[in-house]
Design a protein. Structure first.
Length: 108
């Protein structure tokens, strides 16, 4: 292999690792958001765990965060919890930071 081929392969590997890490961060973020929403709804620990998994699965419906936001907002509203989209987006941002931190600590 040439030096160019080696560099190309290294960049491909780096890209694959970055994509995998991004997927893990988003999944962890959604799980944390689900736990946050479950707490607001007063779910039991078992129900909260199940709900957090449902929020992670909701993200596979469409690209972006809208499917997750729509699910959590609908569930909170149905449970009688005062919440709006802005509050969920703010929580989503906070949970993204927390998810990155948790994953970085897990690697170190």
């Amino acid at each position: 292999m040439t030096t160019f081929d080696d560099r190309e392969k290294a960049f491909e590997n780096l890209y694959a690792r970055d994509q995998e890490m991004q997927f893990k961060v988003i999944a962890r973020r959604n799980r944390l958001l689900g736990a946050w929403a479950a707490n607001l709804m007063g779910l039991t620990d078992v129900e909260a765990e199940s709900y957090a998994k449902d929020v992670v699965r909701a993200d596979f419906e469409e690209a972006g965060d809208e499917d997750v936001i729509r699910k959590v907002l609908g569930d909170l509203t149905s449970a009688g919890v005062e919440c709006d989209e802005a509050r969920i987006r703010e929580a989503l941002d906070h949970k993204a930071v927390e998810a990155k931190r948790q994953l970085m600590e897990g690697q170190g």
